[in-house]
Structure formats: C-alpha cells, structure tokens
Design a protein around this ligand. Structure first.
Ligand SMILES: *[C@@H]1O[C@H](CO)[C@@H](O)[C@H](O)[C@H]1NC(C)=O
Length: 242
C-alpha cells in the first residue's frame, strides 16, 4: 500500500513538474519557440535585465504560422498602466499588421504574410517623431504617427504568442498565436534600414538586441510551448533559394 502511495505521489509530482512554467537563461541561436496549440495557457515570457527608460524601440522577430483567422499576437509588452504599451499582431481577417504604441492602435496594410514560411518582421517607433514603421520580408510600410510622444517607462511584462489585455495576463482566445517564433531581438533605438535589411535577410552578422537578445535570453515558458531546433529545410528566404 505504501509503495502504491509513493508511486501515485511520484506520478502526480512529475505531472505537475511538466506543466509548471519553467524559467531558463540560454542562447537560443538556431532555436525556435513552438506554440503547438490554440490555447491561452501556453505562452512564453521574456525577461529583460533592466526596467525601461527608452525613447525609441525596434522589435525584430521571425514567425511561421498557418493561421488564417483571428488576430494572432506575436509580441506583447505591457506595463502596469498600459497593457498595450507596445504590441505587434497579425490581423489575419483584415490581412494587416497591427501595432499598439502606448495603448493606441495603428494598422499597416499591404505587407506580406506567407503561410507556412518564415516571415521576418521589424517594427520601429521613436518618441521624438512619434512615427511607427513595420518591415516585413522585402517590404517596408509607410511611416505612421502612433501614440503619444512619450518614452517607454517601468518594468514590462513581455509575452510571445499571447496578447495581454491587462498587465501580466488577460489572454484572449482570438489572439492566441500558433506556430514558431524565433530570433526575437529588442533594441533601445530605431535601427537603420541597412541594419534591418541585414536582419531580414537572415545574414549571420546582424545586430543583436541590447534590451532583449535571443542569443542570451532569460525566458519562461508554460503550457505546451517549447523550445525546439529550427528546421533549416524550410528556413531559407526566397532570395537565398535563387
Ligand atoms: C543580461 O545580463 C546577462 C548577465 O549579466 C548578460 O549575459 C546578458 O547579455 C544581458 N542581456 C542583455 C540583453 O544585455
């Protein structure tokens, strides 16, 4: 009986251990985070070393998905008073990218979204001009006025694959991302178009983020989200296949 009890205890503990959020600090070069399920209980959080005092930002990432409905959230940065302080989503229904700057939405049309291929995205904004711009694969958007011209301040909660409707949570089913996300870099400045081109072209020597660096990332994953090897067979951009 005692043996059975300890066996049951072991099973319960292991089951719990597997579903508990796990925090790690690693180089995720050549790795992806896989979001294999359309559920609000799977997510990844990225932990910067410092709190924010940034008057400019560039967020670069690559994603791979087959979603044709909803508004999957790629990147969501919340502060206590501004749950959509900086977000980047793909609105599948309207076929446009959507950013929020300090809780104010702005849309970008006519940019590419390739199903079941890597899409490389960089989104920039700075508080001096107040202008946001999105680059996807080989196309740059126009520059649009977005949000109040104020710096990003405070301790952020950054999630991948989920959209925060409140500080540190409030995930919604319609904003769940499913697929792969990789190479997430956050810079405390607006990168030059040349630097963005180098990143998008997946050249090896692109600039690594000085706020969030995929090659030395402190992160927590939960639910069915997991770190996996990048599958090189489908990685190459059109340009590189020629
Ligand atoms: C955060 O701190 C760690 C440990 O000091 C360091 O290795 C890492 O590069 C830092 N990350 C960034 C983005 O500066």
């Amino acid at each position: 009986m005692q043996r059975l009890a300890s066996y049951v205890f072991f099973i319960v503990c292991c089951g719990l251990a597997l579903s508990q959020p796990k925090t790690d600090q690693k180089c995720l070069r050549e790795k992806v985070i896989t979001f294999p399920q359309l559920t609000t209980s799977s997510w990844a959080k990225l932990h910067p070393n410092e709190s924010m005092d940034m008057s400019a930002v560039t967020v670069c990432l690559r994603f791979y998905s087959d979603q044709t409905t909803g508004i999957p959230s790629l990147f969501s940065l919340a502060t206590p008073s501004l749950p959509q302080d900086f977000t980047l989503s793909w609105s599948a229904d309207l076929k446009q990218y959507q950013m929020f700057i300090h809780n104010t939405p702005v849309q970008f049309k006519g940019l590419t979204f390739n199903l079941n291929q890597w899409n490389s995205v960089c989104a920039t904004w700075d508080a001096i001009s107040g202008l946001a711009q999105v680059f996807v694969n080989e196309v740059a958007s126009i520059r649009k006025l977005a949000g109040p011209k104020e710096a990003f301040k405070g301790a952020p909660v950054i999630t991948l694959g989920q959209y925060q409707t409140q500080y540190d949570g409030g995930f919604q089913q319609s904003n769940v991302f499913t697929g792969f996300i990789s190479d997430v870099h956050v810079h405390k400045q607006v990168l030059t178009t040349r630097q963005i081109k180098t990143y998008i072209g997946a050249k090896t020597k692109y600039k690594l983020g000085d706020f969030i660096n995929w090659h030395n990332l402190k992160f927590t994953i939960a639910g069915s989200a997991q770190v996996e090897e990048k599958q090189q067979v489908t990685f190459y951009t059109k340009e590189e296949q020629i």
